[in-house]
Ligand binder design. Structure first.
Ligand code: TRP
Length: 456
């Protein structure tokens, strides 16, 4: 009963849309450009794309396998497949990650709400680059407004999670996604036709290999996991609602392609404008929010563009926060025998506390840092760069060690009814390449590899 109250995916398109809805969000349009800007541009993009292909895709297929095979939530799936073992720690890691990600994600999601309002109330056409930047920093470092928006966004997510209007969301994303693509496309064209746009395109597409460091590699890997919503059981939870006919391979391929396309469009939309307006590519989390208004201001009916864009971005964020909230709520609900409403309330309250502190870390808590990171940055770092890759690595090791290849193949080919031409390649990558590569990136970042080299 309670199982059915989670997400139910009506159609083939519904499956794809819900999963794309989870994957496409602030990660693509806000986090990707900001990470790329901070990590040397095209070199980051190159490693990101490699990670998507050789880590992201295999991990996603593997999560789909676990979810549909067990029809369980992130933690329950591991309990079902390996009862009485510690493998369920992978699930707990995921539940905790969902909670922590929501804690900073909802702050940025809240910013989109502020920008929707501003599109209505404050004329943009004649503002200068400096004015946009200073207005943003006044807003984000403020006390009441950003917190109010964060709370508003968490509340909206909460209401959707408890009222189960996911069919509405599913239907909305079918309309929203194509419009989002269209508007990104138009903004890309506007951006690449600005003066000095070529510098931005060069930054994005001409890799400077000397920029590839262990920290850039870890950032790119983390971004690949974050953007695809993998490594923490989100897609295990979603695929537990897939039916037996869903083609797991093509779904994974389509989600990955669409997600990567949106990130690339976001890059093409942002960087030419960044260079044209003289904004620093390393601006950090504010990059997109200070760059985009300038692009809108260069269009006729600036406020209308801004309004439509931020509504779409807010909705894209919402389909992602729902998927994150669902992971934690489903777990609390099933594990502690709380009603769904109570479980959701518990999760939302916790997220609210994290969200408020995260929001304040752009203002009065800016000076409080750990390892040089503010609370916001710390949540982002720990989840994207540690928990998700580690989770992904463990998921691969788990399936590689515990699951009979025949069972794996049967599930991934829908009992032999759809072909899987590259099954052996996939299984080799999942079992050996992905865990080893993720491990190397970790060791490299920790300096272990340099230490060993020095030793010899
Ligand atoms: N992928 C989403 C984005 O790009 C965010 C997200 C949703 C996520 N669910 C997740 C990230 C699970 C990591 C894990 O905005």
């Amino acid at each position: 009963m309670t199982e059915n109250k989670r997400v139910t995916f009506g159609s083939k398109l519904g499956v794809l849309m819900a999963t794309v809805g989870s994957a496409v969000g602030l990660g693509n349009i806000w986090r990707f450009p900001y990470m790329l800007g901070e990590n040397g541009g095209a070199a980051f993009l190159l490693i990101y794309l490699i990670c998507i292909l050789i880590l992201g895709l295999p991990v996603m297929i593997t999560e789909f396998f676990i979810g549909r095979h067990t029809h369980k939530n992130a933690a329950g799936a591991f309990k079902a497949m390996a009862p009485g073992t510690r493998w369920s720690l992978i699930g707990y890691n995921g539940v905790l990650a969902a909670f922590l990600i929501l804690g900073f994600y909802s702050v940025i999601a809240g910013w989109t709400l502020e920008y929707i309002l501003q599109s209505v109330t404050s004329p943009m056409a004649n503002k200068s680059v400096e004015v946009f930047a200073s207005e943003f920093s006044a807003f984000s470092s403020g006390l009441i407004r950003p917190i109010a928006w964060t709370i508003a966004f968490i509340t909206i997510t909460h209401i959707i999670i408890v009222s189960g209007v996911k069919n509405g969301i599913e239907r909305a994303s079918k309309i929203m996604m194509p419009i989002l693509f269209l508007i990104l496309f138009i903004l890309c064209i506007r951006s690449v036709t600005l003066p000095n746009a070529d510098k931005g395109l060069a930054f994005l597409f001409q890799p400077d290999f000397s920029k590839i460091t262990s920290s850039v590699t870890l950032s790119a890997m983390g971004q690949a996991f974050f953007s695809l919503s993998i490594g923490m059981g989100c897609l295990i939870t979603y695929s537990s609602y897939f039916n037996k006919k869903t083609n797991l391979q093509t779904t994974a391929l389509q989600v990955t392609l669409l997600d990567t396309l949106v990130a690339l469009l976001a890059g093409i939309m942002i960087f030419p404008a960044v260079f044209s307006f003289g904004i620093a590519p390393t601006a950090g989390p504010e990059l997109v929010f200070i760059t985009l208004p300038n692009v809108f201001a260069q269009l006729p009916m600036a406020n209308v563009w801004s309004f439509i864009f931020f509504i779409l971005l807010g909705l894209a964020a919402l389909t992602s926060t729902i998927s994150l909230h669902e992971v934690a709520t489903a777990y609390v609900h099933e594990e502690f025998q709380f009603s769904r409403a109570k479980a959701a309330l518990l999760v939302s309250t916790g997220v609210l506390i994290l969200g408020v502190i995260s929001s304040l870390s752009f203002g009065i808590f800016k000076g409080y840092t750990l390892f040089g990171l503010t609370f916001f940055d710390l949540l982002d770092y720990v989840t994207a760069k540690i928990m998700l890759p580690l989770g992904g690595m463990m998921i691969c090791i788990f399936v590689g060690m515990r699951v009979d290849k025949k069972i794996l193949k049967a599930e991934l080919t829908n009992e032999g009814t759809v072909p899987f031409y590259f099954f052996n390649t996939y299984s080799f990558f999942m079992k050996y390449i992905a865990p080893v590569l993720i491990g190397i990136v970790f060791l490299n970042e920790l300096g272990v590899i340099k230490g060993i080299q020095r030793f010899f």
